[in-house]
Design a protein around this ligand. Structure first.
Ligand code: NDP
Ligand code: 2IT
Length: 449
């Protein structure tokens, strides 16, 4: 196993996030390999860590002032053993191949846990939608799809949103796909409601995180009511996580963006959340404006060069990281523990560093890793695909109750798999093992391809 990790590192030394994601899974599945010697003969670890296909392409687009820009586009088709590749697109200046590979790798296990027939993939670009006009974003999306369309399809690969890609971008991408293919199909999820989107898809990741956290609390006979929560981010996942926490009687006291965070001791209520959604989704403003609007709230700018994030240094019961990878490091984890936090449930993908995870596991926190806890988003994407195939749209309650059921079942599967391999209560081991075994067995059934 060490040799495999070393080979992955020396082949692509700069893909740190991918190495991190691989190492975590490898550690968890060690006992599975010990019990199944044929997995070694079949080189399942080497196969599952090598993408089936990687597409990289030039994305040229013209700014409003006539200036031409060039960005890089990616789609990593990681694994199609249990269904068509499925996973989001991220538009953020930090995007590179290593980040997209880590996200695609995580997606394989996450999608397996949803119980739906979806393989894993991820894509995106180093394009920064911040500060761009709607027309610039449209031209970028059209240029991106002018290449991506040949690699995707409703039975091949079905992209969706992620950081920097929401309903606006999915609309522009879909329009271009439809024009190029002359086909109206469910090739993307996260579509708007009046042209094939699913009710509850916008809410699904955040709601799912809170459903998963509620299941974890229930194992200790507890509920969300009265709990104080630290939430990071202020985008899609953070917004609907906050909405569900409020609905269940909890209190969210922090929200952030890449410039800083707000601390609202009274808690974000429904009116303040409505303001935040308008601020972030319509005006595309900064979180600092929240503190200007609501007195009694403090705004703390955060220098990315700082060795910790002060957002994680407040008294609370729960932490729900919902911004980006590695946003909780070892020092942040120590602060969370010091402040009495005993539940960490990840809306973001891989928000905790290995040093942070070690502390959570050692302290026997209720720790829900992203690939289990935030699977509600892609699960409802799977339900959107099903509705598109049937040319039907289910009512809100039906989708929400399916989402709740899926999150409960993922929670149960994680505990069950952890127990089978002697790691009781360890959701990291449980999620990795359960996700892995299903995909690997499907790969073996399908022969050496
Ligand atoms: P959004 O683009 O809607 O929001 C992202 C939020 O995170 C923004 O507040 C953004 O701040 C902040 N952020 C992004 N990058 C950084 C950074 N490098 N440092 C600090 N803050 C940052 O994205 P989503 O809410 O959709 O995604 C959030 C996380 O959830 C991601 O990790 C994503 O992979 C994960 N996820 C998303 C799912 C979905 O369905 N959307 C499903 C499962 C997981 P700013 O505006 O300043 O950039
Ligand atoms: O990380 C994720 O699971 C997502 N960004 C959602 C993917 C999807 O296909 O809905």
């Amino acid at each position: 196993m060490e040799q495999i990790v070393e080979k992955i590192q020396s082949r692509d030394p700069e893909q740190y996030e991918f190495h991190q994601a691989v190492e975590e899974v490898m550690e968890s599945v060690r006992p599975v390999l010990d019990r199944n010697p044929e997995y070694r003969q079949q080189a399942v670890l080497e196969r599952i860590t090598e993408p089936e296909r990687v597409v990289m392409f030039r994305v040229p687009w013209m700014g409003d002032n006539g200036q031409v820009h060039v960005n890089r586009g990616f789609r990593v088709q990681m694994n199609s053993a249990i269904g068509p590749y499925k996973g989001g697109l991220r538009f953020h200046p930090s995007v590179n191949l290593g980040i997209i590979k880590f996200l695609a790798f995580e997606q394989v296990f996450k999608n397996s846990l949803t119980t739906l027939a979806m393989g894993g993939g991820k894509g995106g670009s180093d394009f920064d939608p911040k500060g761009k006009s709607d027309n610039e974003v449209m031209r970028f999306c059209q240029s991106f799809m002018a290449e991506l369309f040949r690699h995707i399809g409703p039975n091949t690969d079905v992209p969706a949103g992620d950081i920097g890609v929401g309903a606006r971008e999915i609309g522009f991408l879909f329009g271009m796909y439809k024009k190029l293919r002359n086909e109206f199909t469910g090739v993307l999820t996260g579509k708007s409601l009046n042209w094939g989107g699913s009710l509850i898809r916008p809410e699904a990741t955040g709601y799912g995180v809170v459903y998963f956290a509620a299941e974890m609390l229930a194992t200790r006979g507890e509920r969300f009511a009265g709990k104080t929560c630290l939430v990071s981010g202020s985008g899609n996942v953070a917004q609907f996580t906050t909405e569900k926490v409020i609905e269940l009687g909890g209190k969210v006291v922090t929200l952030s963006d890449s410039s800083g965070y707000i601390y609202d001791e009274e808690g974000v209520d429904r009116d303040k959340l409505a303001y935040l959604m308008q601020l972030k989704n319509i005006r595309r403003g900064r979180i600092s404006e929240y503190a200007e609007k609501y007195s009694g709230t403090v705004y703390v700018p955060v220098d990315p060069a700082l060795d910790h994030n002060p957002l994680w240094d407040h008294k609370a019961d729960c932490a729900l990281p919902s911004a980006t990878q590695n946003e909780i490091n070892g020092r942040d984890a120590a602060n969370l523990l010091k402040n009495g936090v005993y539940l960490v449930c990840e809306g973001a993908n891989m928000p905790s560093t290995p040093e942070a995870i070690d502390q959570f596991i050692d302290a026997k926190l209720l720790y829900g890793p992203g690939k289990a806890a935030n699977a509600g988003g892609v699960a409802v994407s799977g339900l959107e695909m099903a509705q598109n195939s049937m040319r039907l749209a289910w009512p809100r309650d039906e989708v929400d109750s399916r989402l709740k059921h899926i999150m409960k079942s993922i929670h149960h599967t994680c505990l069950d798999a952890a127990h089978t391999y002697g790691a009781d209560g360890n959701y990291v081991a449980g999620a990795n093992i359960a996700g892995f075994v299903k995909v690997v067995n499907a790969m073996l059934d399908q022969g050496l391809v």
